[in-house]
Design a protein around this ligand. Structure first.
Ligand SMILES: C[S@@+](CC[C@H](N)C(=O)[O-])C[C@H]1O[C@@H](n2cnc3c(N)ncnc32)[C@H](O)[C@@H]1O
Length: 290
C-alpha cells in the first residue's frame, strides 16, 4: 500500500480525536520507528509503497491511538531531559514540568568536591534520578519505588543511559521499614514527584491519562492529598543530612499547604516555584537543624 494512503486513513480515523497536526506528528514518529523513514524522506517520495508486513505495526498503532493510548506507550519510549527513556503501562510518562524540577535541582548545586548522596522517592521510569546522575557527577544516586514493574523499567533506563543508580523496592508510607531499607544512610538531597492528583481533579484530566497511566502513580484521596508529602517530609527530617535539600514536584493547587507542611517540619529557606505554565509546581526546603 502507498504510505501516503495510510496517512490519509490516519487522518480520517484520528483527526476528530487529536487534530490534524498531532496526527501528523504521531504518523511521522511511527514511520520513523517502524520503517526508519523520516518526515523529510517521506515528503521526498510521495509514491513510496510498503508491504503487508510493514503495514501491520502502523495499523496496530492506529487501533491503539483510536483507543487513546499514549503514543509513548505505543512506541515504548520517550525522551526526558534530552535522554532516551523506556516507558510502559507501569510507569508514568515523564512530564515537561518534571524536567523543570530536574533543571532547578541542578541549578542549585554549587561546585564542591563533596560526594553527595541523592535519593529519588517514587522513581517510576527513573527519569529524575537518571537525568540528575548524568548531570551531577559528584553524587551517588538511590531511587525507590513501591512498584516492582516500574523498578524493572527504571533499571533498564539506567543501563540505557549508562547511569549508576541503586534501586530500592519499598513503600515510603510504611514507616516501620524505613530503618531497614535505609539503615545508617543519610542523604544530601531527597527529591520526589509522588502521586498528587485528587480524585476530584479527574474531571480535568484527559482520557489518554485516565485510561492508560498507572493509578498508583497518580492519585490520592480527596481528603488526604498530602499523604505522600507528609510521609516523605517526615522521612527527610530523619534521613537528610544537616543543610540537606528536600525537593518536591507538587499539586498546583496545594502550594500554600506545602509551605505550611515544610515550615511546620522545621525546614528553612523554603522556595515555591512555578512551572512554565505559571502554576505552582515545585518546592524546596533546607533542613537546617538535626
Ligand atoms: C507521579 S509518579 C512519578 C514517577 C517519576 N518519578 C516521574 O517523575 O515521572 C509517582 C511514583 O510513585 C510510586 N509510588 C506510589 N506509591 C508509592 C509508595 N507508597 N512508596 C513508594 N513509591 C510509590 C509510583 O509507583 C510512581 O512510580
Amino acid at each position: 500500500m502507498i504510505l501516503k494512503e495510510i496517512q490519509k486513513i490516519f487522518h480520517i480515523e484520528l483527526d476528530s480525536i487529536y487534530g490534524k497536526e498531532e496526527v501528523d506528528s504521531f504518523f511521522y514518529l511511527l514511520t520513523d520507528e517502524f520503517l526508519g523513514m523520516s518526515r523529510l524522506a517521506f515528503s521526498l517520495q510521495p509514491g513510496f509503497a510498503i508491504s503487508k508486513e510493514e503495514e501491520q505495526p502502523l495499523f496496530e498503532a492506529l487501533t491503539k491511538l483510536k483507543l487513546e493510548e499514549p503514543i509513548q506507550y505505543i512506541l515504548g519510549k520517550t525522551e526526558f531531559f534530552g535522554l532516551p527513556f523506556k516507558v510502559n503501562q507501569h510507569t508514568l510518562i515523564p512530564r515537561p514540568e518534571t524536567e523543570e524540577l530536574v533543571h532547578w535541582i541542578i541549578s542549585k548545586q554549587e561546585q564542591s568536591n563533596k560526594q553527595l548522596k541523592i535519593l529519588d522517592i517514587g522513581t517510576g521510569s527513573g527519569c529524575i534520578a537518571i537525568s540528575l546522575a548524568k548531570n551531577l557527577p559528584n553524587a551517588d544516586f538511590f531511587a525507590m519505588d513501591v512498584s516492582k514493574e516500574a523498578l524493572k523499567v527504571a533499571s533498564d533506563n539506567a543501563e540505557l543511559n549508562d547511569a549508576a543508580v541503586t534501586f530500592i523496592e519499598g513503600n515510603i508510607l510504611d514507616r516501620d521499614r524505613w530503618n531497614m531499607d535505609f539503615k545508617n544512610v543519610k542523604f544530601d538531597i531527597i527529591v520526589s514527584n509522588p502521586p498528587y492528583v485528587r480524585n476530584l481533579e479527574k474531571a480535568e484530566m484527559k482520557n489518554n491519562v485516565l485510561n492508560n497511566e498507572p493509578s498508583l502513580a497518580l492519585f490520592v484521596d480527596d481528603d488526604n492529598p498530602l499523604l505522600f508529602y507528609q510521609a516523605i517530609t517526615e522521612f527527610a527530617t530523619i534521613y537528610l543530612n544537616q543543610n540537606g535539600n528536600l525537593f518536591f514536584e507538587i499539586n498546583q493547587y496545594l502550594g500554600k499547604e506545602m509551605i505550611m507542611l515544610l515550615e511546620n517540619s522545621k525546614f528553612n529557606n523554603i522556595e515555591l516555584k512555578k512551572d512554565m505554565f505559571g502554576n505552582d509546581r515545585m518546592i524546596r526546603g533546607i533542613k537546617t537543624s538535626d
